[in-house]
Design a protein around this ligand. Structure first.
Ligand code: DGL
Length: 309
């Protein structure tokens, strides 16, 4: 039986975007191994209804659980918003989502207690960020706006260039993004600016890759929050408190798995991470679907219980 400290952290997302979280995890926890599943074949999750996303959370959570992980990270805002509470009830390892860490960082950052949130339609409709912020500080007002086309812009921008990527705006894809982006960004963000926010949560895995451009639109007075760093901090604390952190002599080994095209995942994923993924493995959607039991179907179909995400 493998020592718990040597087991990997399981991470999943609807596709590539969750690698922005892996990037922070690898920075904060350089000795931990990561097993990442990107459900690229079924991406995007954002427009899907909550019950469908909960099915995916249960399937992928089950797939990761049998691979001996010590902790699970739902590195997708939409999946966290729909399925975190269910995953926490279902799996016997700690499950950490990205909504509560982002909400906490926003509550700490705001001075005027007016916080904006942008995310997918699914995330905004769930109200998960508002609930999470309210649970931390009932005096903070949250203004949310869906920004679904930002996901498409990031996906298109990623396919346009080579090399490591911190922000799409520092790349040649700037040229591609610029004309349509600013018009769209103003449509999404102007109502939040008019509401007087001083803090904006980038409540979607893809949005940190547009942070430079979003900052230009909202102006220097608005602080941008990406939940990736906060999530990594929470993972580190959870492992340390439980005595499950990898030893300082451990050499990490990361494994990346996709339901989509492994070559494309390797090429684009390595750009987001800034280091090579190595050969990417695959799992089929059929295999994930085959993990569903009647109990899981019933649990996924239940209306979501109130949760802070
Ligand atoms: N990963 C998703 C999120 O953070 C964005 C992409 C999608 O819609 O699946 O909400």
């Amino acid at each position: 039986m493998r020592d718990v400290r040597d087991r990997p952290i399981g991470v999943f997302d609807s596709g590539l975007g969750g690698l922005t979280v892996v990037r922070e995890l690898a920075r904060a926890l350089p000795h931990e191994s990561i097993l990442y599943l990107g459900d690229t074949a079924r991406c995007p999750y954002g427009p899907r209804d909550q019950a469908e996303v909960r099915r995916f959370v249960l399937q992928i959570g089950t797939w990761l659980s049998v691979r001996d992980i010590k902790l699970m990270v739902i590195a997708c805002n939409t999946a966290t918003a729909s399925g975190l509470a269910l995953a926490q009830r279902t799996f016997d390892v700690p499950v950490i989502g990205v909504v509560e860490p982002g909400a906490r960082a926003a509550v700490q950052a705001t001075r005027n207690r007016r916080v904006g949130v942008i995310g997918t339609v699914g995330t905004v409709r769930s109200g998960a960020y508002s609930s999470a912020v309210r649970a931390l500080d009932a005096g903070v007002t949250v203004f949310s706006a869906p920004a679904p086309k930002f996901v498409d812009i990031v996906e298109a921008g990623l396919r346009m260039d080579d090399g490591a990527i911190e922000s799409l705006m520092s790349q040649a894809s700037d040229v591609f993004v610029r004309p349509s982006f600013y018009e769209l960004a103003r449509d999404y963000l102007d109502p939040l600016k008019r509401a007087g926010i001083d803090t904006l949560v980038l409540g979607c895995t893809h949005f940190p890759l547009l942070s430079a451009a979003i900052q230009q639109v909202v102006g220097p007075g608005v602080r941008l929050i990406s939940s990736a760093e906060e999530t990594a901090r929470e993972v580190r604390e959870t492992l340390e408190v439980r005595g499950h952190a990898a030893g300082s002599g451990s050499v990490p080994s990361h494994t990346f798995v996709t339901t989509g095209d492994p070559d494309e995942f390797e090429r684009l994923g390595s750009r987001i991470l800034g280091w090579p993924t190595g050969p990417v493995e695959t799992v089929s959607v059929d295999e994930l679907e085959s993990l569903m039991t009647p109990e899981m179907e019933a649990a996924a179909a239940e209306p979501r219980e109130p949760s802070c995400g």
